[in-house]
Design a protein around this ligand. Sequence first.
Ligand SMILES: [Zn+2]
Length: 366
Amino acid sequence: LTTTTPYGLPAIWLRINCQCPLCRDAGTGERLVPIGDLPQDISVSACTRSGDRYEIVFGPDGHQAVFDARWLGQYAAGGDQPASADDGRTEDSKRLWSGADIAAAFPQGSWPLFLADTEHRQACLTAVLRDGFVVLRDVPAEPGTVLSVARHFGLVRETEPGRVVDLEVREGTANHAFTGHPMRPRTSQAYRDPLPTVQFVHCLEQSDRGGESIVIDGFHAAAALRSGQPEAFAMLSGTEVTFAIVTVMSELRATRPVIGAGPGGRIREVRVDSSCMQPLRMSAADVISFYEAYRAFSQEILRPSAAATFRLRPGDCLVLDNSRVLLGRTGAERPRHMQLAWADLDGLASTLAMLRRSRRNGHPRS
Ligand SMILES: [Zn+2]
């Protein structure tokens, strides 16, 4: 004999999510009982509804639970919301753009207003999650300020050159990043696992000529590849490749697909940096297919309509989603001095959640 459970939720689901003080810490909400401590033959021996509460008795141990009916209802078995549908990281919660789209609704904000006004701060954080970047104006063009900006967005990440990285056009250097050469659009730090997912580029000095920033929506390009050449998309999302960098200070490597896709093939990350992609280990036929797919993706990325180009001026700080947006620049002249820092999208989402919480609790100002 099987007792009917609310919304068809299985006995094990109900017991794991029991809200009683033995099962769940009332203060922190932490679960206190590991699965190994629960009876394997768990069942529901009685279930009664009174008002908007469900009272449940579990077998074989007689443990009792009380659930709010509406709370249970949102987890109704067979509901239309898969667990991963809206964690804010896949294409489903983004606004994908071409160069013209984003130029017409350019995501920008004011740093002084960001500091003073919670609503503006929320709008800037949201822009990074939805559009993939925001340009903050009037950030003091003082060295080190980029760290302060990064801390207001999330949790600062350490990278192999440090927390703040200077990117300058210099005379007589062999390091590609420090010459004035154009830089092809790419994602940064593809050789890190986990990837630093938010990049900050703060302009301290910039010549009036050249050195324009180029941004491309990698999710838009990947979605175009999926609709135009699905077999190429399947190859790039189903093949792990190694990205690596070896310097005097470190050996960093990450083995991940070029297009990271979640359940149902929803795009959630792109890693595009040919300069650190390592030799493939696969059959000759797969190698040929892989590079055909990679070339097709590259053509989507380099479509002239894909890119938006703009010039950062001293005091501007570009904040971008490094799991999605490719960044490059046109040929640059001296003086050009940028400072970079990194953080992560989960910290950014947490900052946003805390702002919403404080506004709900009646503290409209930061
Ligand atoms: Zn319990």
